[in-house]
Design a protein around this ligand. Structure first.
Ligand code: NOJ
Ligand code: NOJ
Length: 535
């Protein structure tokens, strides 16, 4: 275990390749170092994003009750989603934690978010204590008053406690960051006792003990070992050990650390070198819904299970991106609405994205699968994420599965990428290529948001799915997770704006720089930033 270090939980909240490759265009004209060449983010999208963000924010909060339960949707029949799912609630409360972090200290908004989060903390503790049919914390959904759901269901679902643990940790860190005393955290979130009666430690203990076991995946359909579940379990254990240490719970820190490393090894098994794909489910039992492997779960896993500073199977890894690309092509062909490629402004649209190719769930029964709002927003988020991440680093680590992805982003013929696997594509060395990559990626993110805009009614209401034939919203109305996914995508977009600006400064500096340059690209960039910030 690494030596003691300050906890870093800066999961970036702020957080045209596809559009180029969708229509088979070639990358943007290569231009001079400064100003940055390549396509910019589409400024005409901004007013809609702002409006849809506000609607999403309000709708999301309306789905959180004062007792701390979060409904998946207000729909009580066809389908009945009027329950609190552990997974959906965690993803929604993660957004509330981000809002809390961003809120001005002492503002009424900050107080409102904080009080919702504490209600969620207390409600979660109650749910952990209610006897249920899973016989543990893997029970996927409850009634909104906290009673267990007695019907048959795909259980257990072990991604829930991991996602919830991540929410507790992010909140605790944000709370401490705001200079509050740790007393309340110790009392209500993490008590360092064993066995523990506090919700975070209980979740972490459950994750550490349950990760090797099979269970149902986030789509609640297949029993097996899942990439998504393991990815979020690993993130919970990774942040968990750091947090345990912060709470002086050394023994637990060691234990979680040990398991985080083991989950990591197990995650590798999901990479198929033969198919050059990450496979969501291994060792399934019973019905696997005829799945061949391509699954949105992998993309969501990389985002939700991402660990700051860690590059293992993270969103911009070749493994994740080649899988995402492959699935995107398949989705393009799968849904009739994706044949329409331009919106009413003439802007290009990425394909609407569903859960997995063989899906037949229509939002209520089983007449055929559709694209999902959270899938399409998830793609936008992934692309913005990579654009911002690479722009912030000023280099890209080139790996074997990444090469075909980068070639596609650039519209280059296969085999013509200039850097071999194992090398670095440095901004300083290949400024045009580099800026085209990050520019094309963010523009592709916009293409996915344009797709979302195209299918969202003017009142901004978002359901679970988008009808594959006629493009109208369908399935559970006002799905909390749809709104959450839109909001997190826009935060990543804001991060792109910031990082592009930074890259511009770096480019400028490089253009005027004389004399030899430092060997280490990153350090050089830091020096530039330091220099610039002095003025
Ligand atoms: C509801 C589940 O939430 C959904 O994921 C699943 O596809 C359908 N039931 C059918 O099992
Ligand atoms: C069905 C989805 O497959 C599942 O992931 C989700 O938890 C429930 N709907 C509730 O939104």
């Amino acid at each position: 275990m690494p030596t003691r270090m300050p906890i870093r939980l800066t999961r970036p909240i702020a957080l045209r390749w596809l559009l180029l490759l969708l229509v088979g265009l070639v990358g943007p004209a290569l231009a001079s170092l400064f100003p940055i060449p390549g396509p910019e983010l589409d400024a005409t999208l901004a007013p809609w994003i702002k409006q849809q963000y506000n609607i999403s924010h309000d709708r999301l909060l309306q789905n959180i009750f004062n007792n701390g339960s979060v409904i998946a949707s207000p729909s009580r029949s066809h389908p009945d989603y009027f329950y609190t799912w552990i997974r959906d609630s965690a993803l929604v409360m993660d957004v509330v934690v981000s809002l809390y972090r961003q809120a001005k200290p002492g503002s009424p908004e900050e107080a409102r978010y904080e009080s919702l989060i504490w209600s969620f903390v207390h409600f979660s503790k109650r749910l952990q204590e209610v006897p249920n049919r899973s016989g543990g914390l893997g029970e996927p959904k409850f009634h909104v008053d906290g009673r267990p759901f007695a019907g048959d269901w795909g259980r257990p679902q072990n991604d829930g406690p991991a996602l919830r643990a991540l929410v507790f940790i992010r909140f605790a860190v944000a709370y401490l960051d705001k200079d509050h005393s740790p007393d309340k955290i110790r009392e209500f979130i993490y008590d360092s006792n064993y066995p523990s009666s506090s919700p975070l430690k209980r979740d972490l203990e459950y994750v550490a003990q349950s990760w090797p076991h099979h269970g149902f995946e986030l789509w609640e359909e297949v029993d097996g070992h899942h990439f998504h579940t393991k990815a979020v379990q690993r993130a919970a254990l990774e942040y968990g050990w750091r947090f345990a240490r912060l709470m002086n719970d050394e023994g637990a820190a060691k234990w979680y650390y040990h398991h985080a490393r083991s989950v990591e090894v197990s995650l590798r098994e999901h990479w198929s070198p033969f198919r050059q794909q990450l496979i969501e489910t291994l060792d399934w039992r019973g019905d696997n819904k005829g799945k061949a492997g391509l699954d949105l779960a992998v993309i969501l896993a990389s985002i939700q299970g991402q660990i700051e500073g860690d590059e293992y199977m993270y969103p911009c890894s070749g493994e994740v991106l080649i899988t995402a690309l492959e699935m995107m092509h398949a989705m393009q062909r799968l849904y009739p609405i994706n044949a329409v490629r331009r919106d009413l402004t003439g802007g290009l649209m990425g394909p609407a994205i569903g859960r997995y190719i063989e899906d037949v769930y229509d939002g209520d029964s089983m007449t055929g699968g559709n694209p999902w709002v959270l899938g399409t927003c998830g793609y936008a988020e992934l692309l913005y994420y990579c654009s911002a991440k690479w722009a912030s680093k000023s280099h890209i680590k080139v790996t074997e599965p990444l090469i075909p992805v980068l070639e596609e982003i650039l519209g280059m013929p296969s085999g013509s990428f200039p850097v071999a696997s194992g090398g670095l594509l440095r901004h300083r060395q290949y400024p045009e290529l580099f800026t085209s990559i990050v520019g094309n990626l963010s523009a592709a993110g916009d293409a996915f948001l344009r797709r979302v805009r195209f299918h969202t009614p003017t009142d901004g209401s978002m359901s679970e799915q988008i009808d594959r034939h006629h493009g109208a919203m369908r399935g559970a109305r006002h799905l909390s997770w749809s709104y959450a996914s839109f909001m997190t995508a826009t935060w990543r977009r804001a991060e792109v704006v910031k990082q592009m600006e930074r890259l511009r400064m770096v480019s400028h500096h490089e253009a005027v720089q004389v004399g030899p340059v430092a060997d280490d690209d990153i350090d050089a960039d830091r020096a530039v930033l330091a220099l610039v910030s002095q003025f």
